[in-house]
Write a protein that binds this ligand. Structure first.
Ligand SMILES: Cc1ncc(COP(=O)(O)O)c(C=O)c1O
Length: 447
């Protein structure tokens, strides 16, 4: 029987009724959001926050972009839903626009409801195409929360769900700041990471390996832009052993790095590309896989054994087409690139001069990470791997008090505003971040 909830606050009702992701349920204290516009989010008490997180790094166009909202409204008036075996305009239009910005030889788009399903299907396609089972992924990665994706994920969120039998082999990618290869230059790191990857393949048995999946720029795991040459090296290795190269662009794609897809900055052609998030800024759940000609050909006369009731949902596809058109018409990708080079990179470097807890600033476009340390010499992280710390809790709290929404992960803060952020908004965010970092300076113990 329904209970009387009229005496409860909305926060109490939220906590009593909604089971939240990735959380111990009794410790929750969610921000109760009323509405959001552009780069600003307003809570139910009327407090406004500058969104330097793009939520989960997905609102690349900011909140409530008018032409995307209108496209959803227009589509809703015409056709809210339809079974995926039918054809309709907004789905092929979204696919065409995605292909227009993809690699030469990108043939078709398979639509899913989000990023993790895109990864599941890319893996299934690669396995069936090659007749092989093993998939390789980086330890420093996040690929989603469903069965195969969570096993591919390298970060500690995998551990509780790791059944050890998903056919996944993990390896270390290049990351000079915390090098696994004792490298001192990007070139050394690149060469040693490639050598290590190839050795792992040889010891696993190349003929067992269906695919290598790589976030082009690992996102949640720390925004590590790979050295030039690394992804080309991975492509060469894949070609040498008949392995499918899957570029996971769920977070890095659609403008985040200052290009339509991040792999375009590395002069490589993947076989499959997974996308979600920025494709429509998450206004309606959507993800998908861009499929090359060879893998499309595999399923030309053979049934692809996979599908979804909502594959290419009309509201999602209409919002994707409108998002991509808005990005094209408003120079959104160019803006992300320029803001990164002219405002964020120099601004964050200045913050690093003032706050010694910033051990490393790295990124590109509107996709930057601050690697926070208690000692620059030892690079001791401000929170242990897979955990939090009083220092990080205080810092994140200070950002909230400054009216700044920021993405935090273990010992890192990620500066990831919408691609539409203006110079003024970006500078305002950096100023708020500067004040918040001041609260955590006392945790620095190094020289
Ligand atoms: C690189 C990458 N792949 C896959 C996913 C999973 O996407 P979703 O949460 O839409 O399932 C994410 C989500 O953050 C991601 O960053």
């Amino acid at each position: 029987m329904a209970s009387d909830r009229s005496s409860l606050t909305s926060l109490e009702r939220e906590k009593a009724s909604v089971f939240h992701s990735w959380s111990a349920q009794s410790t929750l204290n969610p921000l109760m959001v009323r509405d959001a516009h552009g780069v600003y989010v307003t809570d139910e008490d009327g407090n406004t926050y500058l969104d330097f997180s793009s939520q989960l790094v997905n609102t690349n166009l900011g909140h409530q972009h008018p032409s995307v909202v209108k496209a959803i409204q227009d589509q809703a008036a015409l056709l809210c839903t339809i079974a995926p075996q039918h054809g309709y305009q907004s789905r092929y239009r979204a696919a065409e626009l995605i292909l227009d910005h993809s690699f030469d030889g990108a043939a078709k788009v398979f639509f899913t409801n989000g990023g993790t399903e895109a990864v599941e299907h890319a893996v299934r396609m690669a396995r069936l195409h090659t007749g092989r089972h093993k998939i390789m992924s980086a330890y420093r990665s996040y690929h989603g929360a469903t069965s195969t994706s969570i096993n591919l994920t390298g970060d500690p969120r995998r551990w509780p769900s790791d059944n050890g039998s998903a056919g996944v082999v993990h390896f270390f990618g290049p990351f000079l700041y915390r090098s696994n290869f004792h490298a001192t230059t990007e070139q050394e790191e690149c060469a040693r990471a490639l050598e290590s990857l190839e050795t792992t393949i040889l010891f696993e048995g190349p003929s067992n390996i269906a695919a290598i999946i790589l976030e082009t720029v690992p996102g949640t795991a720390g925004i590590m832009v790979p050295p030039q040459g690394y992804l080309k090296g991975v492509r060469d290795i894949c070609d040498r052993y008949g392995i499918v190269y899957i570029a996971d662009e769920v977070m890095a794609g659609f403008g985040r790095t200052g290009s339509w897809f991040a792999y375009q900055q590395h002069d490589v052609t993947p076989d499959l590309v997974t996308f979600a998030k920025g494709v429509n800024s998450g206004y309606v759940p959507l993800g998908g896989v861009v499929v090359n000609e060879a893998i499309c050909a595999t399923f030309a006369n053979r049934v692809y054994p996979g599908g979804l009731t909502y594959s290419g949902h009309p509201l999602a596809c209409a919002s994707a087409a409108a998002s991509i058109e808005a990005m094209e018409n408003e120079g959104v990708v160019e803006n992300a690139s320029r803001i990164g080079e002219e405002v964020l990179r120099p601004g964050l470097a200045e913050l690093a001069e003032r706050h010694r807890i910033i051990g490393d600033v790295r990124g590109t476009g509107v996709f930057f990470a601050l690697d926070l340390v208690s000692d620059r010499a030892t690079k001791e992280p401000l929170a242990p791997y897979g955990a939090s710390s009083p220092a990080m809790n205080e810092l994140v709290g200070a950002c909230r008090s400054e009216g700044l929404l920021i993405f935090s992960n273990y010992h890192r803060l990620h500066v990831v505003p919408p691609c539409t952020v203006t110079d003024e908004e970006a500078r305002d965010g950096l100023a708020r971040l500067d004040r918040a970092l001041g609260v955590a300076d006392k945790y620095y113990v190094g020289g």
